[in-house]
Design a protein around this ligand. Structure first.
Ligand SMILES: *Cc1c(COP(=O)(O)O)cnc(C)c1O
Length: 419
C-alpha cells in the first residue's frame, strides 16, 4: 500500500520525507558500522547532535541520555530495561549479573489502553504480560488516577508506572501530573510511551496536551512517525544515564571504548544492537531541514487537518465521530441512530467501500465494543485538498451503503405487506 502517501490514514505511520531518504542513501553508500565512535566518528557525532536537538524541541530534561533504536517498541524496551536495572539495584539485586529468577518482584502498572507493543517489550524483559497490573481507563483511553491510586495501595515494593502520550485511537494523553506525583511518592519509575504523542511538545499550540510529561524518568518516541524519518528510527530517552548505559552496554577488549572521554559517545552503549546503522545522519538532516518551526508547523497542520476531516464527516447525517479530536487521531462510526449491531455492520461495509474506492485509505478497529474506522493524519505531504477529497470519498461511500441499506429495508417491508 502507499502508506507514505498523502491520503493514507490507516496507521500511525510517517511519510519518509525526501530529506531523510537522501541522507539514508548516503548512510547506505558509506556503509559504516556505527557502533563505535572510533570506526564511525561522524555517525556518532551526528547522533549526539540530533539527540541534543531532540531533547531541545521535545523539552525533555537536559541530563537525559539518548539511544537510537529501530522504533518505539525497542525504545520502550530500552527504557524499561534501564528502569528494571535501576530499581533492582536499589534493592541490592544486580539483574545484569543475576537475572530475573529470584529477583525481588517489581510491580508494573500500565493503562488498559496502552499500545500493544509495550506489552511486547515487557515480555522481552521477563515481566510477563499477565503479571502486570492493568489500570482502568476512561472513555478517551486515559488512565484513571483513582484506579492507579487503588492499585498502588495494594502493591508495595519497587514500582514502574507506564503512561501514554497519544492514544492510537483518540490521541488522548494520560493525566501525567497526578501519575508522576503518585509514582514518585512511592520511589517508582515513570516511563512514557510517546511514540507519536510526545511530539505535541514540539508544537506550541498543542504543548498543553503533553504538559508535565517531562516529570517522567524515561520516554520512548519514534522519528519514523511524526518526524517522517525513513524506517527504522526510534528514540529512547533516559534521565539516569548510568541506568541507561548499564542496561545496554556491550564491551570487549577489541572494541575501542570512548567511555573515559565525556565529549565522545559510542552509540552501542545506548541501544540493543552492537553492529548498527548510522541512524543519526537521517535524523540530523531532517531536524536541520525542518528546523524547530518546521516541525511545530507540520504537527499543528496535521492536527488542524484531522479536525477539518472530522468536522466534514460529522456534518453528514449518520456519521458519528466518537472522540474529541485533540491531536491527529479520531475514530468514526457509520450508521448513527441504528441499533448497535447494525451500526457495526454498516461501518464494516463502509470501510470496505472507502478502501475499494482507492481515493484514500483508513482501516477498521474495535473501540469500546464498537466497530469503528480509525483515522490518523500524520504524513508530511497531506494537504487540505487531500483531506477534502478523502472526506468526500468517505461520505460518498457511506451514502452508497445507506442507500443500499434503505432499499433492503424497503424490500423487506414490501415482502411483509405482500405476505
Ligand atoms: C507505533 C507505536 C508504538 C510502536 O512503535 P514502533 O515504532 O512500531 O515499534 C508504540 N506505542 C505507540 C503509542 C505507537 O503509536
Amino acid at each position: 500500500m502507499g502508506t507514505a502517501g498523502a491520503r493514507f490514514f490507516g496507521w500511525v505511520v510517517g511519510g519518509s520525507h525526501p530529506v531523510g531518504v537522501a541522507a539514508d542513501w548516503l548512510t547506505s553508500v558509506w556503509g559504516q558500522n556505527a557502533g563505535c565512535y572510533e570506526g564511525a566518528p561522524a555517525a556518532a557525532v551526528a547522533e549526539q547532535v540530533a539527540a541534543q536537538w531532540l531533547i531541545d524541541i521535545l523539552h525533555l530534561p537536559r541530563e537525559c541520555s539518548v539511544g537510537f533504536t529501530t522504533g518505539a517498541t525497542m525504545s520502550n524496551f530500552v527504557c524499561l530495561a534501564a528502569a528494571r536495572g535501576a530499581l533492582l539495584r536499589r534493592m541490592g539485586w544486580d539483574v545484569d549479573l543475576d537475572g530475573m529468577f529470584g529477583a525481588p518482584p517489581i510491580t508494573v502498572c500500565i493503562g488498559d489502553d496502552a499500545h500493544t507493543s509495550v506489552l511486547a517489550s515487557l515480555r522481552y524483559l521477563g515481566f510477563g504480560e499477565r503479571r502486570v497490573v492493568r489500570i482502568a481507563t476512561d472513555e478517551a483511553g486515559r488512565m484513571k488516577v483513582a484506579a492507579l491510586r487503588t492499585a498502588l495501595a495494594r502493591c508495595p515494593g519497587p514500582l514502574i508506572v507506564i503512561a501514554q502520550a497519544g492514544h492510537i485511537m483518540t490521541g488522548a494523553f494520560d493525566p501525567v501530573d497526578e501519575i508522576a506525583t503518585l509514582t514518585h511518592a512511592r520511589g517508582g519509575w515513570l516511563h512514557i510511551d510517546g511514540a507519536f504523542g510526545l511530539w505535541a511538545r514540539a508544537a506550541p499550540a498543542r504543548a498543553n496536551l503533553a504538559q508535565g510529561f517531562d516529570r517522567a524518568d524515561s520516554w520512548a518516541t519514534d522519528a519514523h512517525k511524526w518526524l517522517q524519518a525513513p524506517y527504522e528510527c526510534g528514540c529512547a530517552f533516559v534521565r539516569d544515564e548510568e541506568a541507561h548505559r548499564r542496561a545496554m552496554t556491550i564491551a570487549a577488549s577489541y572494541l575501542p571504548d570512548a567511555g573515559a572521554n565525556d565529549a565522545i559517545r559510542d552509540p552501542l552503549h545506548y541501544a540493543p544492537e552492537l553492529s548498527r546503522r548510522a541512524r543519526g545522519f537521517a535524523l540530523w538532516a531532517l531536524l536541520r531541514a525542518f528546523g524547530r518551526q518546521g516541525v511545530a508547523a507540520m504537527i499543528e497542520r496535521h492536527c488542524v487537518l484531522a479536525q477539518r476531516m472530522a468536522r466534514r464527516l460529522a456534518a453528514e447525517p449518520g456519521i458519528e465521530i466518537l472522540n474529541d479530536v485533540v491531536l491527529n487521531q479520531f475514530v468514526v462510526q457509520f450508521g448513527a441512530g441504528e441499533a448497535a449491531q447494525q451500526r457495526d455492520a454498516l461501518t464494516v461495509e463502509t470501510i470496505a467501500r472507502i478502501q475499494a474506492a482507492g481515493v484514500c485509505h483508513a482501516g477498521g478497529a474495535r473501540w469500546r465494543e464498537r466497530e469503528v474506522m480509525r483515522v490518523s493524519v500524520i504524513s508530511w505531504p497531506t494537504t487540505a485538498a487531500d483531506i477534502d477529497h478523502s472526506a468526500d470519498s468517505m461520505i460518498a461511500a457511506w451514502r452508497a451503503v445507506r442507500r443500499r441499506h434503505a432499499h433492503e429495508l424497503l424490500d423487506s417491508a414490501r415482502i411483509a405487506i405482500q405476505a
